[in-house]
Design a protein around this ligand. Structure first.
Ligand SMILES: NC(=O)c1ccc[n+]([C@@H]2O[C@H](COP(=O)([O-])OP(=O)(O)OC[C@H]3O[C@@H](n4cnc5c(N)ncnc54)[C@H](OP(=O)(O)O)[C@@H]3O)[C@@H](O)[C@H]2O)c1
Length: 169
């Protein structure tokens, strides 16, 4: 089975984005994202791709999901999840990096969630799925940090999915 993880920065009301942009600027979170995904494969929706200030993300295999075939330098474009699952190797570490539409589609396929929990509510138009405590266990929890500039408080959490019944069949 593929090794699929989700990585996202999520507000306490599950907000992740508004009008095509992120809701905050947290340099430490960007460093964390880089460290965790470095050398691996990142998968994103076309809108998230369009919002990236630097692209493709260096030292990572960049895959973009799009409903229309596109030719973009340094990127593989997939027209469906089925196509994506066909082109990733069994031992490849795949990170789903957003946005809302893509997180929703991969939520049931992922085994690990790397969540930067931003301890604040935000008005938004894009949200992360609800992480139910009956499905996910927190396996790593950082201290609570405060961003120097915005004063936002945030914490790095790693969740692991409880074993699924279908995996036991
Ligand atoms: N806080 C965070 O960690 C975080 C991370 C990433 C993004 N974001 C935010 O999330 C927002 C963007 O999210 P979004 O939900 O609007 O869009 P998105 O998930 O980034 O992209 C959605 C688009 O991807 C394509 N797509 C998705 N699934 C597909 C599939 N199965 N097959 C083919 N194409 C597929 C479609 O593109 P087309 O139909 O156009 O071809 C779809 O409209 C932005 O505000 C961004 O800043 C936040």
């Amino acid at each position: 089975m593929e090794n699929i993880s989700i990585i996202a920065a999520v507000a306490t009301n599950n907000a992740i984005g508004n009008k095509g942009d992120l809701l905050w600027h947290l340099p430490e979170d960007l460093q964390y994202f880089k460290r965790i995904t470095n050398g691996h494969t990142v998968v994103m929706g076309l809108r998230t791709w369009n919002s990236l200030p630097v692209k493709p993300l260096p030292n990572r295999r960049n895959i973009v999901l799009s409903d229309v075939p596109l030719s973009i330098d340094g990127v593989e474009v997939c027209l469906s999840i089925e196509e994506l699952l066909r082109i990733i190797k069994k031992d490849e570490q795949v990170f789903i990096i957003g946005g809302g539409i893509v997180y929703n589609q991969f939520f049931d396929l992922a085994d690990t969630l790397y969540i930067t929990q931003v301890l604040h509510d935000f008005e938004a138009d894009t949200f992360f799925p609800v992480i139910f405590a009956c499905d996910w266990a927190v396996v790593k929890e950082s201290e609570i940090f405060t961003d120097k500039k915005s004063k936002l408080k945030y914490q790095f959490l790693v969740y692991s999915r409880f074993i699924r019944l279908k995996d036991l069949e």
